[in-house]
Design a protein around this ligand. Sequence first.
Ligand code: NAD
Length: 416
Amino acid sequence: MAELNPFKIAQAQLDEATEILGYDKGTRDLLRWPKRELVVHIPVRMDSGEVKVFEAYRVQYNDALGPTKGGLRFHPAETVDTVRALAAWMTWKTAVVDIPLGGGKGGVVCNPKEMSEGELERLARAYMRAVGHFIGPDVDVPAPDVYTTPQIMAWMADEYAVMRGYNVPGVITGKPIPVGGSLGRHDATARGGIFCVREAAVALGIDPKTATYAVQGFGNAGQYGATLYQEILGGGKLIAASDSRGGVISKAGMDPAKLVEHKLSTGKVENFGGTEPISNEDLLELDVDILFPSALENAITDKNAAKVKAKIICELANGPTTPEADKILQEKGCFVIPDFLANAGGVTVSYFEQVQNNMNFYWTIEEVYERLDKKMTDAFHAVYEMHKAKKVNMRVAAYLVAVSRVAEAMKLRGWV
Ligand code: NAD
């Protein structure tokens, strides 16, 4: 099995782009490494009375285009290299959608499924106390990611307000609406991905109304991806979906909204009426038109890529495809909408949230959707034109668009 360290993968993807762009060594080296990394060990009093120490990270990758921005994960398998990779991808993501922000990411090694609400609140506040002096609306702005929620963002924003002595809503995004959140943030990642699928379907001559699709990872991104597909594209058939406990399949198609209800009430997709079980591995290899990898990294590798049959892969997850798998998918003619383009809707509406916080004036849901659609559609076409012009796959094309924007800003600032 080839290298699965996400940061090495992120660097390998970048190297391919900077080689094509012909950058000098200094520029390449600066693009390959985070600007600043913070590792902290934070004590949290658990409900049992004992103090548990959690390792946590905040990586500020590149701020040539603006303050760094990126989610915070609570995950037991979190590593500094995963956070570095995600921070790098955030840098390319903000650049590809052309918003004036850099890339960052955070993580806490913990298992939120085994923690009470009180423990999670104490952990969220302790994390903010540990990193709060290194972040801020003009420095670095966290947001929700895997296993972190708007409630967790609200606790962290409140802790930051306590540290400063006044409200600073722009310090964090993905907040609940009453404490400065933006309308439309909850489903923005998936909505942006569906806008990309809409444009890709036109480019490839696929009718999304009659197309079949499958969702691997039925969490925030995956659930909204499944329901918004039908809402925005006016049809389609959801054949299969999965979460960490297993998957379900129905050749006749499932009602995505009912599957979401089932998942929310039982905590899993398993045992949804009218379906058969399917493993995560088999789901990825299904003969569907569109596949949405929406779980974690390394879902499609050199082991299973040759068996993937989808015509379009819309990567709602970050890093679901390894570089070896990318080559195999390209040879098969599979059209991949790469992660940092496909899932950029989340950070785009996070950016809108910051803009509204700064103005202290809030937009309607229609304004948010319209602006998101324009950003995503423009970004898709910038990448698609590059893909056609340079005859490279969509991921390399997205890197060429994003990295050249970051490198231009670095040059103008006199860094390289
Ligand atoms: P989430 O925690 O809401 O959902 C993750 C889902 O994946 C869960 O249902 C979990 O059970 C499932 N899962 C975990 N391991 C799995 C496996 N091996 N097979 C199948 N399912 C598995 O998280 P999310 O916010 O939806 O994030 C999912 C992905 O999307 C991540 O890669 C994240 O970085 C990316 N992403 C999310 C956002 C956002 O706004 N939520 C934005 C950009 C990118």
